[in-house]
Design a protein around this ligand. Structure first.
Ligand code: KG4
Ligand code: ZN
Length: 356
């Protein structure tokens, strides 16, 4: 099966071709530099950029792989959650392609696609606990199979990546700041007592990161000398030790919080022995180390996608679409794009046998 994946939920326009679980090729236009000027994604600009790039990217992907639309068996498109104007560009493009070519179509949950992305690199074990940590989401799931992914807990306010980005903004680091915070934290010595592990003293699997972000910002307010040490991208290597130490303490607080809640989820589901970690923050080096050694001690396995598959990409959309189609799930052309904040409807068609 040749599947075209389309991703346009936020600030990357991406298309990929996946065939029978193997990534053939992908193209991507990122808008990160443009939105960095504003310190965050500007929705209207994002949708205009998707609209500008999606056609030429599709043409170049087809040309590079000597394909035509008639070769595509399945179009998989991120249908939400995300920025509505951005999603609509990808969904309308996907529907037009499916209508013109007769290919089947499936609207993919962008968050589920993150969780399934590692399946392009290794066999995914089911059932698993899924931890999705990105700029917009911090969610825990029970993953029963690619079509049955059950939400167990979510952030009540800021997402983990958002906390990295907001603290990074105070430090005048470029947006998105997570990878720079990670880099500075690696050079620092963490003080485990400096910042709280928020919202961990309860039995829920929900998260709350806004208090942690506030406590770091208050600490920086009390130590204005630290802000005079803020590096530029060219001088990151020479960043003052005291500032690296603060970054390391904050990084440790985020990672500990994620680990504590993940452990609770695993304890609540004793029949599940696998952990899948996904989303942009899954590139964080301390998070990878901490969760790997924790799962090793537990005797369970951990699935971590390579960093290129952690951030938004179309290969994961194509892969999730293929996995759904293989189970018999597709959409008709009436499915809608769903913006962030609304629950994605369970509106896939299911047919057994011949259509998979
Ligand atoms: O999944 P993603 O590419 O986009 C969505 O939010 O959907 O995640 C982007 C987020 C940003 O908040 C970014 O700062 C964070 O992932 N991030 C990191 C690292 N790399 C990216 N956070 C911590 N450590 C990293 N190494
Ligand atoms: Zn994402």
């Amino acid at each position: 099966m040749l599947c075209l994946g389309i991703e346009s939920s936020c600030d990357e326009t991406a298309l990929a071709l996946v065939q029978d679980g193997r990534l053939l090729d992908s193209v991507l236009a990122t808008q990160v530099d443009m939105h960095a000027l504003f310190g965050g994604v500007v929705p209207e600009l994002a949708s205009r950029e998707h609209y500008r790039f999606i056609g030429p990217l599709f043409d170049s992907l087809m040309e590079r792989n000597t394909c035509t639309i008639q070769d595509i068996d399945l179009v998989a498109v991120a249908r939400g959650p995300g920025l509505l104007g951005s999603l609509l560009v990808g969904v309308a493009f996907a529907k037009a392609l499916a209508l013109a070519s007769g290919a089947r179509i499936v609207g993919v949950n962008h968050l589920h696609a993150h969780l399934l992305a590692a399946g392009l690199e290794q066999e995914m074990p089911f059932p698993s606990i899924g931890l999705l940590v990105s700029g917009g989401h911090t969610h825990l799931y029970a993953m029963h199979d690619p079509a049955r992914i059950e939400l167990l807990g979510r952030t009540l306010d800021d997402a983990a990546g958002e906390a990295f980005d907001k603290v990074g903004k105070v430090l005048h680091l470029p947006y998105p700041a997570g990878k720079w915070m990670d880099m500075l934290a690696r050079k620092g010595r963490a003080d485990a007592k400096l910042f709280p592990r928020p919202y961990t003293d309860n039995d829920t699997l929900d998260f709350s990161f806004s208090g942690l972000k506030t406590s770091v910002i208050q600490y920086l307010d009390k130590h204005p000398e630290l802000l005079s040490m803020v590096p530029t991208l060219d001088t990151l290597e020479e960043t003052d030790q005291a500032l690296c130490d603060v970054c390391a303490s904050f990084n440790l607080a985020v990672v500990d919080t994620l680990r504590i809640k993940t452990e609770k989820a695993l304890r609540a589901h004793p029949h599940i022995g696998h952990l899948v970690v996904a989303g942009g923050v899954a590139s964080n080096s301390l998070l990878r180390e901490s969760l790997s050694s924790f799962m090793h001690e537990r005797g369970g396995s951990i699935i971590l996608p390579s960093p290129a598959l952690c951030t938004d990409n179309a290969a994961m959309i194509a892969h999730a679409g293929e996995a759904l189609a293989a189970l018999g799930y597709t959409h008709d052309l009436c499915f809608e794009a769903i913006p962030r904040g609304r629950t994605l409807p369970d509106d896939m068609r299911h047919c057994q046998g011949h259509c998979a």
